[in-house]
Design a protein around this ligand. Structure first.
Ligand code: INI
Length: 157
C-alpha cells in the first residue's frame, strides 16, 4: 500500500490572502471576519494574512488571479455574497464567479477557495453568514488550511 496524503488545518508560517467583495457588504463583512477568525484561531499570525476588497463578486476572480500569481501566498480565500433579484443578473454573476475561481485555482496551482454565498433570499444569506448554517467565510478558511497542508505533504512526497 502506498502513501495516503491528507491535510491538517495547518498553514505554518505561510502567507494567505483573502479577497472579499463589497457588494452586499452587510454579509461579506461577516464572511471576511469569519475567515480571519478561523485563520487566527488555527495559529496563522496576523502579519501573514493580507486582505483585498473588490467592488462585486464579478471582480473576485481577477483579483484572486493577481494575488495567486504574485507567488507570495500559499492560498487565496474568496468571500462574496450573490443574492437573487428580480432579473437573471444573479445567475450570470454567480456563474462567472464560480467558473473564474475554479480556473484561477487550476491555473495558479495553489488553493483558491470558494467562500461565496449564493442565496435566493435574504434569509438564506443571513443563515450562511454567521447564523443557522454557519459562516461560509470560516468554512472556506478551514478548507484553505487543509489544502495548504495537503499540497505541502504531496510536494514532500
Ligand atoms: N455582485 C455581487 O457580489 N453580488 C450580487 O448579488 C450582485 N448582483 O446581484 O448584482 C453583484 N453584482 C455586481 C457585479 O459583481 C459587478 O461588481 C458589477 O457588475 C461590475 O462589474
Amino acid at each position: 500500500m502506498g502513501k495516503t496524503f491528507e491535510g491538517k488545518f495547518n498553514a505554518g508560517d505561510r502567507k494567505i490572502a483573502i479577497v472579499g467583495s463589497r457588494f452586499n457588504d452587510f454579509f461579506t463583512r461577516e464572511l471576511m471576519d469569519g475567515a480571519l477568525d478561523c485563520l487566527q484561531r488555527h495559529g496563522v499570525q496576523e502579519e501573514n494574512i493580507d486582505t483585498a476588497w473588490v467592488p462585486g463578486g464579478f471582480e473576485i476572480p481577477m483579483a484572486a488571479k493577481r494575488l495567486a500569481g504574485s507567488g507570495r501566498y500559499a492560498a487565496v480565500i474568496c468571500v462574496g455574497c450573490i443574492i437573487q433579484g428580480d432579473t437573471p443578473h444573479f445567475h450570470y454573476v454567480a456563474s462567472e464567479v464560480t467558473k473564474g475561481i475554479a480556473q484561477v485555482s487550476l491555473d495558479s496551482n495553489i488553493p483558491v477557495v470558494f467562500g461565496i454565498v449564493t442565496a435566493e433570499t435574504l434569509d438564506q444569506a443571513i443563515e450562511r453568514s454567521g447564523a443557522k448554517a454557519g459562516n461560509k467565510g470560516f468554512d472556506a478558511a478551514l478548507t484553505a488550511l487543509e489544502m495548504i497542508d495537503l499540497c505541502a505533504s504531496i510536494d514532500a512526497g
